[in-house]
Ligand binder design. Structure first.
Ligand SMILES: [Zn+2]
Length: 181
């Protein structure tokens, strides 16, 4: 799976990342004595006994402030990555439409780009490889005249909607996992 494929946006993911409350819904209390982590609001009270070890006293917030900050950052950059990806695919849609008069959906266009990349990987940048690319592009876009495709083929073959923000999300997530374990 490529990095771009790992970050295929879903409405659920976007909506979660856009929800400013999402880090706080993961808030639990951690017993400082035995390490039990529970989602029980009563344990906010210092005198309340831990259901596991019976200890009283202040509890720690779990995840802690560092984790919360990382979760917020993950949401922030995930939204940014989504917006940048959308812009990128729209630019490619416009370029294909200008050339062929056809407006492909984002999913279909990603599919075309992915197939052409496979053709390029298999046949390389040789003359024969380029002819294969023209042939496939004509078939997939329903175009008769391959000579008009010179401009669009490199854009399709090298298209990726993986954004720098995706890398940032990945690094923040690794940092968060490392911090939690
Ligand atoms: Zn305890």
């Amino acid at each position: 799976m490529s990095l771009a494929e790992a970050f295929v946006d879903t409405n659920e993911r976007i909506s979660l990342a856009s929800n400013a409350q999402f880090p706080s819904v993961f808030s639990y209390e951690e017993c400082d004595s035995c390490g039990l982590v529970v989602n029980d609001i009563r344990l906010v009270r210092v005198k309340e006994q831990c259901p596991n070890c019976g200890a009283t006293g202040p509890r720690s917030l779990y995840p802690d402030v560092v984790s919360m900050t990382l979760l917020k950052a993950i949401g922030h950059f995930y939204r940014g990555a989504h917006v940048a990806s959308e812009r990128q695919i729209m630019r490619l849609q416009s370029a294909v439409e200008d050339l062929t008069g056809k407006r492909l959906g984002a999913r279909a266009l990603r599919g075309v780009a992915s197939q052409l990349r496979r053709v390029y990987t298999r046949h390389g940048g040789s003359q024969q490889g380029y002819e294969k690319l023209v042939e496939h592009t004509c078939n997939m876009l329903g175009v008769d005249d391959g000579s008009a495709l010179q401009k669009i083929i490199p854009k399709l073959v090298f298209f990726t909607d993986a954004q720098p923000e995706h890398i940032t999300v990945l690094l923040h997530t690794c940092t968060l996992v490392e911090h939690l374990l």
